[in-house]
Design a protein around this ligand. Structure first.
Ligand code: C5P
Length: 480
């Protein structure tokens, strides 16, 4: 089968792939695999049928390449034989929470502490224990486990396992995988403090570090052995999972690397009483798409979103809020930022006094709802004396006199750009996937406002185009 090296593709294609991958929450490699798989399915149904006819017995074997994970990251987790092995079960959950596909290998010692059944129930996967298992070794499974993953985590890494690794042993499945791998390896040592401080362990650790093995922990604390404390406790599962993610996530690339972008999205819900609220039809799709595009362009993105039914875009810090005042608070807390984009459809009003209890129907008629104005987040941030982001962008959702209304909003709110869109019900923009926008850019030092009218596009494409526009603006500003 032909192989494809993403690194060698031209930069423009790679940028597009990265964007697509981020949108779908996959790694670039998995995005390429998906595209190729889809193309093969459309173009060559006969070939697929023939493959099935030739090798029906392989279909039932658990192969790594048959596995789809939403981020596309695959980790081989080697669980060593120590009391901390029970924490490795929690580590499986923490990695899976981060959408990582986990394939577990248990050493003989590990099986004294945890069962293959519990690991496989948590990983939703076959668990490997034996180097000479005919079922998984029919095609040198240890080589697959070593290479068809993005990294190997060893937790707990016992003194014995570290010694074997340092000396290149390969007499069981775990050590054979480690010796056969060319992937990053992260060790989470766990052992008694005396073992940790023993000169042999120190030598082995130094050798492993020289060999490029990464190490997290151990931490200081109480030992499982009564009355013993010191350095030797395995790092907490969450620490190991976070360290693994740092290794898995490639260093950001793109035109917005190093830029902090703050984005609001979605509607706000303004409570009337504990069960009712005032809201609007905003789906949050446009703001979420901008956040995904900005993250794919390398920015450090914080998204403050009202209640929406959308998943967090990959690589974006998402803060979920309900009401306008919470949104303003979170936006202020997230400053400073280089760019702020206010795409939320913030409710203009809230009820003056929210009922503590559900308002009941009475014979004396309808309850009066007195409204008061919400803070205008865009205007507040645009007019900040300190901490005003250098580029503040607002949205104008209008149903008539689009450009005129957007122009007066640009001046009134004090922002730098306005993205104006027509949200008349006939256009289907609210809640839909497409958008037609005009970009109004205030001229520098009193210069004329420029207007760009973009053709109708998918919201994802509007997001990419806006992020490109911002990147160009920043690079122009930085080069003057
Ligand atoms: O005034 P209007 O709601 O039409 O203004 C739209 C722009 O102002 C959007 O960018 C929206 O996110 C922002 N806005 C805000 N806070 C409000 C009202 C609007 O940030 N209370």
């Amino acid at each position: 089968m032909a192989s494809l090296t993403v690194r060698k593709l031209d930069e423009a294609l790679k940028a597009q792939l990265r964007l697509r991958a981020a949108r779908h929450g996959r790694s670039v490699e998995d995005e390429v695999r998906t595209i190729l798989r889809e193309a093969t399915h459309e173009g060559a149904p006969q070939v697929r049928r023939q493959e099935h006819q030739r090798a029906p017995e392989i279909k039932s074997m658990p192969t790594l390449s048959s596995v789809a994970s939403s981020t596309g990251f695959k980790v081989t987790l080697i669980i060593g034989g120590g009391i901390a092995a029970y924490k490795a079960l929690d580590l499986i959950r923490r990695l899976k929470e981060r959408d990582v596909h986990v394939r577990c290998v248990l050493t003989r010692g590990a099986q004294q502490f945890v069962t293959a059944l519990s690991a496989s129930a948590l990983a939703h996967e076959h668990v490997y224990t034996d180097l000479f298992d005919p079922k998984s070794e029919f095609d040198a499974g240890h080589i697959r486990l070593a290479r068809d993953c993005d990294m190997i985590v060893v937790a707990p890494a016992t003194a014995d396992l570290m010694a074997k690794m340092a000396h290149g042993h390969a007499d069981d499945l775990a050590t054979a995988i480690l010796l056969a791998s060319n992937r990053p390896v992260l060790l989470a040592p766990a052992m008694n403090p005396l073992m940790w401080n023993n000169p042999s362990t120190r030598r082995n650790l130094a050798q492993l570090k020289t060999d490029g093995i990464l190490v997290i922990g151990p931490n200081a604390g109480e030992m499982a052995e009564a009355n013993e404390a010191g350095i030797g406790r395995m790092a907490e599962p969450i620490e190991i999972a976070n360290a693994a993610m740092e290794i898995l996530r490639p260093a950001p690339v793109g035109p917005l690397v190093g830029k902090r972008i703050l984005i609001t999205a979605g509607p706000t819900h303004e409570p009337i009483d504990p069960v009712r609220y005032i809201a609007n039809r905003s789906s949050g799709k446009q703001g979420f798409a901008i956040a995904a595009s900005a993250a794919a362009a390398g920015a450090n993105v914080t998204l403050v979103s009202g209640p929406v039914g959308l998943n967090d875009p990959p690589g974006v810090r998402v803060i979920r809020v309900e009401a306008a005042r919470d949104m303003l608070r979170q936006v202020e807390d997230a400053l400073p930022a280089d760019i702020a984009i206010f795409a939320a459809a913030v409710a203009d009003w809230r009820v003056a006094r929210e009922g503590d209890q559900k308002i009941k129907k009475t014979s004396s008629g309808m309850p009066p709802l007195q409204l008061v104005e919400n803070p205008d987040i865009l205007a507040t941030i645009s007019k900040l004396k300190q901490k005003r982001p250098p580029l503040v962008i607002g949205f104008a959702a209008e149903t008539e006199h689009l450009i005129d209304n957007a122009m007066s909003k640009l001046l009134r709110k004090g922002c730098d750009w306005i993205v104006a869109n027509d949200v008349s019900p006939s256009g289907g923009v609210m809640g839909g996937d497409r958008n037609t926008v005009h970009l109004l850019m205030k001229g520098k030092s009193g210069g004329e406002t420029k207007i760009e009218s973009w053709p109708a596009m998918m919201k994802d494409d509007v997001a990419s185009a806006l992020v490109d526009r911002i990147a160009r603006e920043i690079s122009a500003a930085e080069s003057t």
